[in-house]
Design a protein around this ligand. Structure first.
Ligand SMILES: [Fe+2]
Ligand SMILES: [Fe+2]
Length: 475
């Protein structure tokens, strides 16, 4: 039996060293977690020392400690943001009542489902990304990939903590099952669609961390409003790590665009084949990757009309994005919201009860947020004097959930015929040829300070280290 020195091995602020029940549950689970990491974590990384930040407290000034560590020895910790003993519930039918320190019996099943669904995405993304280290465009990028991987591991710990602490035997079984499902597995897949897609190349990885980790941000923000206080505090702290994941995506795509723009100016061309021959990723391909990752990710918010969403809100389990900053009654009864449907070959809006449309509300907030970053990418093009602009597709494009599921819609929002879809799909979504081309660029560049030809170096290194710092020691 492994014995764990709790405060050393598992940095925490949940009083782990005094909590025998929690210790026992974690002692059972932790070896299985390590087995999962060895099987499904970053391929071939066991001997590498990686310059990683570790969360060691929740103090905003000092929570991160940086140093070279082996990933399987990473100190996956358990943290919650500081609590407020007086906190009251600020939305839904229990508005004004005291927030819950433990799980009310009537909400147990729903809360467990919410936590398991969130928890499942964390190891899923590690599995999706496990081969990417073999084709890293630089040592800097390799380190960022590994940082994200260990932090998704920590996010899994955060959800497992809640399951172990508050859901007894059921919670322990769910925690085990989180280590058993596998991304993309036919028989035992991860719960949500986007987390079963492959992340085969670094363009996909940067798109994933920009778009899909941002879905994570919005889900965590909604849960950070929860009446179940331990969930609210746990997810608030997870958000501090999520910010870095989205930074990796946004700056990664930005550097790809910068490099492409540079070649376009150098060669004075926007000809796709010429640019591909020069070893950079043409803008139409980047646009198609955006179309794919955006559409797959907005499906994650669920059906546009959902009675579960209404229940989760009214019972106080899950709020809206920035619930506390909104000026309405925070109960939403009798209010309406507009959702889209396809009618007679056109997209039309219809008004539905707001409570049932809360998935759509969160999706729309997400869309606003993701468009902002795309505009920052366009600034890179603008600065380079290139007239092309990137954009997110219409939200009805390529949807696979809710009222728009399967409706054929062009990126500009026109409902199109099956024939028009077929004729254009390779202009709208990455084709086999696009993916093969991007794959052909994926070599491994890992000498300090060196970068693959298709991506510009970053402006700054990590934690004020130089760009050519030895972020990974291969041993
Ligand atoms: Fe995460
Ligand atoms: Fe993340």
């Amino acid at each position: 039996m492994s014995s764990i020195n709790y405060s050393e091995k598992i940095p925490n602020n949940v009083n782990l060293s005094e909590d025998r029940t929690l210790q026992r549950a974690l002692e059972q689970w932790q070896p299985n977690f390590i087995n999962w990491w060895d099987d499904m974590g970053p391929e071939g990384s066991t001997d590498m020392d990686v310059y990683l930040r570790t969360a060691v407290s929740v103090d905003p000034q000092g929570w991160a400690s940086f140093g070279h560590v082996k990933m399987r020895d990473y100190r996956w910790g358990i943290f919650m943001n500081p609590g407020d003993a007086e906190r009251t519930i600020h939305f839904g039918d229990h508005k004004g009542e005291k927030a819950w320190d433990s799980v009310p019996g009537e909400h147990r099943a729903n809360l467990r489902r919410i936590i398991v669904t969130q928890g499942d995405t964390e190891p899923a993304s590690v599995e999706q990304q496990r081969h990417l280290g073999n084709t890293a465009p630089s040592m800097y990028d390799l380190r960022n990939l590994f940082q994200i991987n260990v932090e998704e591991g920590r996010h899994l710990w955060a959800m497992v903590y809640l399951l172990h602490k508050h859901f007894g035997r059921d919670g322990r079984e769910e925690a085990e099952a989180l280590l058993e499902r596998r991304s993309g597995d036919q028989n035992n897949p991860r719960i949500l669609g986007a987390f079963n897609e492959a992340t085969p190349d670094w363009l996909s990885f940067f798109m994933f961390t920009y778009f899909t980790d941002r879905d994570g941000k919005f889900q965590l923000c909604a849960l950070a409003e929860s009446a179940f206080d331990p969930l609210a505090r746990t997810t608030k702290f997870m958000l501090t790590e999520e910010a870095h994941h989205m930074f990796v995506g946004e700056s990664g795509i930005s550097r790809v665009i910068q490099r492409t723009a540079q070649k376009m100016n150098e060669l004075k061309t926007d000809d796709v084949q010429t640019l591909r021959n020069a070893g950079v990723i043409d803008l139409p391909t980047i646009q198609r990757y955006i179309n794919f990752h955006f559409s797959v990710t907005i499906d994650l918010f669920g059906a546009d009309e959902s009675s579960n969403a209404a229940t989760f809100y009214s019972s106080g389990l899950k709020g809206r994005y920035e619930e506390g900053k909104r000026v309405d009654d925070h109960v939403l009864k009798g209010q309406t919201y507009r959702v889209l449907e396809a009618k007679n070959g056109q997209l039309v809006e219809k008004e539905v009860p707001m409570l049932n449309a809360l998935n759509e509300v969160l999706r729309d907030d997400y869309i606003t947020d993701s468009v902002a970053g795309v505009n920052r990418w366009n600034k890179v093009l603008e600065k380079a004097g290139i007239p092309t602009r990137l954009s997110v597709p219409h939200k009805a494009f390529h949807r696979n959930i809710g009222a728009l599921k399967g409706v054929k819609v062009a990126p500009d929002g026109r409902v199109v015929s099956e024939a028009e879809w077929k004729a254009n799909v390779d202009h709208w979504l990455p084709s086999g040829g696009d993916r093969a081309f991007v794959a052909s660029l994926m070599g491994r560049v890992v000498e300090p300070g060196q970068f693959a030809n298709w991506i510009a170096p970053p402006v700054m290194g990590i934690n004020r280290q130089p760009v050519d710092f030895e972020y990974v020691r291969f041993n």
